[in-house]
Ligand binder design. Structure first.
Ligand code: SF4
Ligand code: SF3
Length: 547
């Protein structure tokens, strides 16, 4: 195996034996084969697209297949084997359709033609040299191909959430197909791949806008909300991940059952949506970011439902209480099947399970405040502009992104604590857990930590920045008093980063370490054209950013 897609890549280079995330060598190889197969399908889809033929089933399959390979999403060999088999039969279906439409298939690469009969052949193919990341020998080409692929993974996750709410966009699918197919094209130059990387950012913005429209269309605009972090005395279910449709169905099915529902990690921002406030048994948020799940799931006592990443290998004490759905999976966890014929998912076994278990153990008390997505912040625009003009707010710090277990991430807590009182943090994603319980106070009633929501709601932060640029009549988004100090971990953060670059944001600080998949030359392009840098010590950085 060779994997270097996340911030925890072993020794800052790549995982070779077993992932730091817990991914086994076999799963890593199967994920590579999954991606390779999707690329082979994309090459065929592109032949159809050139003649105006789309393949909706393949588009949906692509979203789910990419999503399954995001860090901490799926650790199940059997899920990948099943999916790869489905991919191969889908691939042959597409070929038949193309031939039926009179389209010449021409000479096809291995990714579009290889065949497999048995599971052991799948394992053998997954291990073979032509399939993995290192199959691309040129380090810079490899780096750009992976950067684009990781961006597509993040895009796929967001597009799948939008799709669950009935929103999709063929332009996004067409781009994803083109980009996936292109990463196997050996005739492209480094310059071509850089252009494709920027285009990935453009479609990243479109996908986040689509998801924003889907979420706010279904559940209303997030609004200032106090979220309870204590517990009640009823049995309860903990829901984690990013999928709001799953949450809606779980809340409907737990209504009047005596079972409460709490959010964990990235599901916290669901509390900010007006729609979810109508459920009195939707009690609050339990715990912190994903990497604390070992201890927090243990003390929660009830069943846990994963709708997306981040899963970590469980402790035995709670493993039998964990359920997955959607793209997620883990050996031994029970899986809730997909919606069929427009019927909701069936969560009854989780609810029955919850009834037999004790209420959660309280681990903290109090409230956290959030709900500052674009509509809410723009409603406060006058107040914010006034505070900037009067000098009450000197600077904004965008500290969106991911949290993670690396010790060095304490940087973000210390940074938030040491920021002067006339600064405001704009956040989104699970990065917020490093400072959202610090009680950093407010400026003329505007809280000093404005949480827009999940990582995809970084889109809101971009909308806010563009609006402020307009209000202050600036020519360039970079003239705003905003510093970007972003934390990344997995591939959703990659698409957020590419989206910000596409929007013209410069001088982003990325930590706690720069991606292992950036070759020195690709890193140089990012530094020279966009001013991307890593982080230093808190004191050095504060001096630099405030100077
Ligand atoms: Fe290593 Fe991250 Fe890949 Fe897991 S996802 S194998 S931790 S690089
Ligand atoms: Fe967190 Fe996994 Fe990235 Fe959606 S839940 S931000 S790390």
């Amino acid at each position: 195996m060779f994997c270097y897609q996340c911030q925890e890549a072993a020794k800052g280079k790549g995982c070779l034996i077993r992932g730091v995330c817990g991914k086994t060598e076999k799963v890593a190889n199967l994920q590579d084969l999954m991606i390779y197969t999707l690329k082979g399908i994309a090459i065929l889809q592109q032949k159809g697209l050139e003649k105006g033929i789309r393949f909706p089933k393949a588009n949906h399959f692509m979203l789910n297949g990419l999503f399954m390979t995001i860090t901490n999403t799926n650790f199940n060999e059997s899920d990948f084997i099943k999916k790869i088999k489905e991919a191969l039969s889908l691939r042959e279906e597409i070929k038949e359709q193309l031939i039926g439409a009179g389209i010449e298939l021409g000479k096809l690469d291995d990714a579009s033609t290889f065949t497999i009969e048995t599971d052991s052949e799948i394992y053998a193919k997954a291990e073979s040299n032509e399939v993995g990341i290192l199959a691309t020998e040129n380090e810079d080409v490899r780096s750009l191909r992976e950067l684009i692929t990781y961006g597509l993974k993040g895009m796929a996750a967001y597009a799948e959430h939008a799709l669950a709410l009935g929103k999709e966009n063929d332009d996004i699918y067409d781009f994803m197909v083109k980009a996936l197919a292109t990463t196997l094209n050996d005739t492209l130059s480094v310059e071509d791949l850089i252009a494709l990387t920027m285009e990935t950012g453009k479609f990243g913005v479109e996908t986040m806008a689509l998801l924003d429209a889907a979420n706010t269309g279904a559940y209303g605009n997030p609004e200032i909300t106090e979220v309870n972090i204590g517990t009640r005395n009823n049995p309860a279910i903990l829901i984690s991940g990013h999928d709001l449709k799953d949450l809606e169905e779980l809340l409907e099915q737990t209504k009047d059952t005596g079972v409460d529902v709490y959010t964990h990690g990235e599901m916290l921002p669901a509390h900010y949506y007006p729609f979810f406030k109508k459920y009195p048994h939707f009690v609050g948020n339990y715990g912190n970011a994903w990497w604390k799940q070992n201890e927090e799931f243990e003390s929660f006592n009830g069943p846990i439902l994963f709708t997306t990443n981040c899963i970590i290998p469980p402790k035995e004490s709670y493993a039998d209480r964990v359920y997955t759905t959607g793209a997620t999976g883990y050996p031994g966890f029970k899986h809730i099947e997909e919606r069929k014929d427009d019927k909701p998912k069936d969560f009854s076994q989780i609810i029955e399970h919850a009834k037999k278990l004790p209420a959660p153990k309280e681990i903290e008390k109090g409230k956290i405040v959030g709900g500052f997505a674009h509509a809410q912040v723009l409603a406060l625009a006058d107040k914010i502009v006034e505070a900037v003009k009067s000098g009450a707010i000197k600077k904004f710090f965008v500290m969106a992104g991911c949290d993670g277990r690396m010790k060095s991430r304490s940087y973000y807590t210390e940074f938030a604590k040491k920021l002067p009182k006339d600064t405001v943090i704009l956040t989104a994603g699970c990065a917020k857990y490093r400072y959202n319980k610090l009680n950093l106070g407010d400026i003329n009633g505007i809280p000093r930590v404005l949480d827009a929501g999940q990582c995809n709601d970084s889109y809101s932060l971009a909308v806010i920045a563009l609006k402020l640029k307009e209000v202050f009549q600036l020519n360039d988004i970079n003239e705003l008093p905003i510093v970007y100090n972003i934390a990344w971990y997995e591939q959703k953060a990659v698409i957020v980063l590419l989206a910000l670059l596409y929007l013209g944001v410069k001088n982003i600080h990325l930590g706690p370490t720069l991606p292992a998949f950036l070759s020195p030359n690709v890193a140089k392009v990012l530094v020279e054209n966009f001013g991307i840098t890593g982080i230093g010590t808190v004191d050095e950085d504060l001096e630099k950013f405030l100077g």
